[in-house]
Design a binder for this molecule. Structure first.
Ligand code: SF4
Ligand code: SF4
Length: 495
């Protein structure tokens, strides 16, 4: 990048050089020169140009070697996706006593209702912004009148198309998501741009490849989230994102609309928390597949409608608890008749319709009472704590909310994740942990050893399921899960 005219002059100016290189900042000469710099129009112009260069460099990809990625068309794939959705729904419907409101979330995930709505919204001039992972502050997107949709996908049917561009040996989530883009399907195709945080190697390189097909912005994530310099760096990323969104949507993010967006998301988090808390007392009230359906519908749905429906759902399930306070099994959504084995699910994201391991677990005498998944509870749980409602105060609160509580394995230390797991095990009286590891996600794979060892010291059994999106290993997984549950049942009987 060539430094522009003002930067060149500034770099040669003796006064600026002195301020830059001076070691003793208490000297009068330094103080006077520094003051002069504040008012110097050349310095101001140079600073402005520097900021502009930095911002452009930080956000936009250079496209020096842009390649053409040819899109695929296959009418069968749409049919296959529909068939898979139908099959998973049929498995869900085998469970009785599911709350009636749950059909709404099924509709969002399987019908074209939301897609059609978004197409219409887009025609009316609104921007649709795709996101990956859980680090992109949706509040900023809503505050500038755009709509966020999370693009992390769980469909096996799109993977083979992605493998024509991406290597086979990367995580299925990345391939599945990219497959939707290659095929020009679903929400991906509606997005005006995509924001990708640099969480893992796969995501970083996905960003570069995708950038040849559509606008992509990167959110640089620090590796050690608890360091002061990491927080400062991340806050700067969030500020830059705000500016970039304002330019893109041509809507200024004011203090007022940011506040409204934070409050809206707060409502979403609070109703979800209330629902989730019920599971502490009534572990059979909602099974994990339904819990994930509810959460994952929020990735795409109109946020206000989702809040309204989830309030309805809460009232519906809460009324069940009033009827059958002492008999969990009466309103079990899982056909469990005896005291269930309570499990906590952690690890790599499980995303609709890849409910393979849940379909197995939830036909045993075990129930998943809590999860620690970025596609599950983690995506809706944390709230933004604002103590200063100025724009800067809101940005700081948002930056910290998206960084500090995160237990993603992309950070160097796993201590926060272990703390969170131990806390949930205690809060939900968990008997054992299921560790979902996606093939070729090294981050989760590597963290397993430490987590297993710590949990063992606490006497908590853990089962690691190393799998991907293909249905091929279903029988093998079934055997392992059933043996594990059987072992837990025997252990409980001996108590
Ligand atoms: S767990 Fe992995 S996929 Fe999920 S949000 Fe974190 S980095 Fe992204
Ligand atoms: S599951 Fe692992 S490899 Fe895949 S996107 Fe998430 S962090 Fe990256």
């Amino acid at each position: 990048m060539k430094p522009n005219f003002w930067i060149k002059i500034c770099s040669k100016c003796f006064l600026c050089k002195y301020v830059r290189t001076s070691k003793d900042k208490t000297k009068l000469k330094y103080k006077v020169f520094n003051k002069i710099k504040l008012f110097c129009p050349i310095c101001r112009a140079a600073n402005y140009s520097l900021k502009k260069i930095e911002t452009t460099h930080k956000i936009d990809f250079e496209q020096r070697y842009k390649i053409e990625i040819i899109k695929k068309t296959d009418i069968n794939v749409v049919q296959n996706i529909k068939e898979t959705n139908k099959k998973i729904l049929q498995l869900l419907h085998k469970n009785h006593n599911r709350p009636s409101t749950i059909s709404y979330y099924e509709e969002i995930l399987t019908s074209s209702l939301r897609l059609d709505e978004l197409k219409e919204t887009k025609r009316n001039g609104k921007k649709i912004i795709g996101t990956f992972c859980i680090f992109v502050p949706e509040e900023l997107i809503y505050a500038c009148g755009a709509i966020p949709v999370r693009l992390c996908a769980g469909s096996y049917d799109t993977i083979s198309y992605a493998e024509e561009v991406l290597p086979r040996d990367i995580c299925p989530l990345i391939k599945s998501s990219f497959g939707f883009k290659i095929l020009g399907l679903s929400y991906f195709e509606l997005c005006d741009l995509v924001i990708i945080p640099t969480t893992c190697d796969g995501k970083k390189k996905l960003a570069e490849i995708l950038n040849d097909m559509m606008p992509v912005w990167i959110l640089e994530l620090p590796n050690r989230k608890n360091l002061t310099k990491a927080k400062t760096f991340w806050l700067e990323e969030i500020r830059t994102l705000k500016e970039k969104l304002e330019k893109f949507t041509k809507i200024k993010i004011t203090k007022e609309n940011l506040k409204q967006a934070i409050k809206l998301l707060h409502q979403r988090q609070m109703i979800f928390r209330k629902l989730y808390q019920l599971k502490k007392t009534y572990p059979l009230l909602l099974n994990e597949r339904d819990t994930l359906l509810i959460i994952q519908a929020s990735f795409y749905d109109d946020i206000k409608r989702w809040i309204e429906k989830t309030n309805q759902l809460y009232n519906e399930v809460y009324s069940l608890t009033l009827d059958s306070k002492h008999l969990n099994s009466k309103f079990s959504t899982q056909n469990i008749t005896t005291q269930p084995i309570k499990l906590l699910l952690t690890g790599a994201p499980i995303i609709w319709p890849n409910y393979k391991i849940l379909n197995i677990i939830e036909t045993t005498q075990a129930t998943i009472v809590a999860d620690e998944l970025c596609s599950g509870v983690r995506s809706l749980y944390d709230t933004t704590e604002v103590d200063d409602w100025s724009t800067e105060g809101c940005l700081r609160a948002l930056a910290y909310k998206y960084l500090l509580p995160s237990t993603c394995p992309c950070f160097t230390e796993s201590n926060d994740r272990i703390d969170k797991l131990l806390q949930s095990i205690k809060d939900f009286s968990v008997d054992a942990v299921i560790y979902h590891s996606l093939r070729l996600c090294q981050l989760y794979d590597i963290e397993f050893y430490k987590i297993k060892t710590v949990l063992k010291n606490y006497g908590i059994p853990i089962l690691k399921l190393h799998t991907d999106y293909s249905p091929e290993d279903t029988e093998q997984l079934k055997t392992r899960i059933e043996a594990f549950i059987e072992m837990l049942k025997n252990k409980n009987q001996l108590k």
